[in-house]
Design a protein around this ligand. Structure first.
Ligand code: GAP
Length: 548
């Protein structure tokens, strides 16, 4: 990660994430890999705490949800059945001027007669683009500040350059029917299919050998035939990194239900890595190619899906709010009918107010019986449930076999981590040791999420204080609480460091500790200090953590 000079709120959080060891750019010493991140010593703890909290509330604290941990690589037919192999191929286009890559089907579509102003970020960019359009297309647009003018849509297949007051264009170009979203530019590449799933090959045989002999033998084929031939070879051993954790819960529905004797309604939960070749990666870890999800498929009786959708929508919202400082920053967004995935009959997004505005954090969808039916069709295995207690609504007879409907709360774990970093970041003006005003950055992470729960700080590195501090740390370890011994720098600096790490409690061991076996416990948020018996400190912190 290059040094971050961005002084915006987001810039400060990104900078602190690196400085304190929450998140590093992947492979930084090699210049970094775009959109890949490593969770550092504090980040890995925060991520695990967040995901463990989710697991606790979704699986351990419920009788009706069980968990799985499926492989990332699944049978390729899974992705045919789920529609990902088709749906994950989007038509993509590059803007020939700005190099912006975007989805053709989501781009603005100016109609015949519309002007096509090319709107740049600033005048400097406008001058550069004016020159490159001149060089490449042999036309000179008119610059008006940061806007390049003169282009207009002629009809659905052409646009042209129109000089002032002239009816006829002085030059015409083929029109794709849309312009690049940011610049509004109609100079575009052809559409290309782009697979959002990461493809790999399984098995020790390298397909390159087969491909090169195929090309050797078929020198007279045209481009399309060669491509189709290569696709066939690649397909034989192609596998995909999962783009979501959800499909394993459908594929393992019967195994889970039968081995655990689950009765509907019940859910299967999973958390872990997912991979998507995202068209745009943005906002730090908000959208990246490798990320983690926390998903649960809740199988319900047909007809009860509305009730369960509302139940999970509210339960999930309460969970996110319960771990945050600013519950007002979360809201629901109901999906409009034309926005719903074709298999869903309703969906809510849980959104958070990020620095760039409200955006998705979790989707809670009513997925009907689509997924189980699709996997049943593609695998030839009956994925249904028999309820002996119910009457079949069609025949009126006792016993009802049906394909369960599914409610899916699908959350981003790494995106959730970003939310809690943003939620925790506070800058405050507080008195320093001499009573003068000073500023501090404090990460007000919920104690359940905090990477380190207690820092144990000997006031000096001598006079037996480190030994007392280390003994206390070891008592915390034995109790399963992540404590950290810290003797580097002045006590004031150590407090500030742990404020930035989000450590809720600092214990200071000083000369008095040796005399009367007491120590001070400092609260991260209030900065209040209290002297308590050192023999009672473990119990006291345990109580505070349990109450938080
Ligand atoms: N099984 C449904 C599903 O995967 P989704 O809305 O595509 O639904 C669920 O993903 C959640 O996963 C999102 O709400 C978001 O929090 C997270 N997510 C999706 N793509 C992501 C990406 N590229 N980077 C980080 N998080 C992502």
């Amino acid at each position: 990660m290059a040094e971050n000079k961005d002084n915006s709120f987001m810039g400060k959080v990104i900078s602190l994430s690196k400085q304190r060891g929450f998140i590093f750019q992947s492979s930084e010493i090699y210049g970094g890999l775009k959109s890949a991140y490593d969770y550092g010593p504090l980040g890995v703890e925060l991520k695990r705490n967040l995901m463990n909290e989710w697991w606790r509330s979704m699986v351990h604290e419920r009788e009706d949800v069980i968990g799985i941990d499926a492989s990332i690589i699944m049978h390729p037919k899974v992705w045919q059945a789920s529609g990902h192999l088709a749906g994950f191929s989007d038509p993509l286009v590059d803007c020939l001027i700005s190099k912006e890559r975007f989805r053709a089907d989501k781009a603005p579509m100016p109609k015949s007669g519309d002007n096509l102003p090319i709107t740049c970020i600033d005048k400097g960019q406008a001058k550069t683009y004016l020159e490159s359009i001149k060089k490449r297309f042999n036309i000179e647009l008119r610059r008006n500040g940061k806007v390049l003018e003169g282009l207009r849509v002629i009809d659905e297949n052409n646009f042209g350059l129109f000089n002032d007051d002239e009816e006829k264009p002085s030059a015409t170009f083929p029109y794709s029917g849309y312009v690049s979203p940011n610049l509004g530019c109609p100079f575009l590449s052809d559409e290309r299919q782009f697979n959002l799933m990461f493809r790999s090959q399984i098995g020790p045989v390298d397909v390159l050998g087969d491909i090169s002999s195929f090309i050797d033998k078929n020198k007279n084929m045209d481009g399309t035939e060669i491509r189709e031939g290569i696709e066939k070879i690649v397909k034989k051993s192609a596998v995909y990194l999962r783009p979501e954790t959800a499909q394993a819960m459908f594929v393992q529905f019967l195994n889970c239900q039968q081995t655990m004797g689950m009765k509907i309604p019940f859910g299967i939960a999973q958390m872990g890595k997912s991979f998507r070749n995202e068209v745009t990666v943005e906002h730090f870890i908000f959208r990246s190619c490798e990320f983690e999800q926390m998903e649960m498929e809740f199988f319900v009786e047909p007809g009860t899906q509305k009730k369960w959708l509302e139940y999970w929508r509210d339960a999930r919202m309460d969970w996110w709010k319960g771990l945050s400082n600013n519950p007002d920053k979360f809201r629901f967004r109901t999906h409009e009918k034309d926005e719903l995935a074709h298999y869903a009959d309703a969906c809510y997004d849980i959104e958070y107010e990020y620095p760039w505005g409200f955006d998705e954090l979790e989707g809670v969808a009513s997925r009907t019986d689509y997924d189980l039916k699709k996997h049943a069709e593609y695998s030839g295995t009956k994925l249904s449930y028999f309820d002996q207690q119910k009457q079949d609504p069609d025949t009126g007879k006792n016993g009802w076999r049906y394909t369960p409907y599914v409610i899916e709360p699908a959350a981003g774990a790494t995106r959730g981590l970003l939310v809690y970093l943003l939620d925790a970041y506070h800058e405050e003006t507080v008195p320093d040791a001499e009573g003068k005003e000073s500023s501090r950055v404090v990460m007000k992470l919920h104690p359940k999420l905090a990477p380190i729960k207690v820092a144990v700080l000997p006031l000096v590195k001598k006079e037996g204080l480190p030994e007392i501090a280390r003994k206390i740390v070891s008592d915390f370890f034995k109790a399963g609480i992540n404590a950290r011994y810290d003797e580097q720098h002045s006590i004031g600096k150590r407090y500030r460091r742990h404020d930035e790490a989000g450590t809720p409690y600092c214990l200071t061991i000083d000369g008095q500790t040796k005399e009367d076996e007491t120590l001070t416990i400092r609260n991260r948020d209030t900065m209040e200090q209290e002297r308590i018996p050192s023999g009672k400190v473990l119990e006291s912190v345990q109580k505070k953590l349990a109450l938080s």
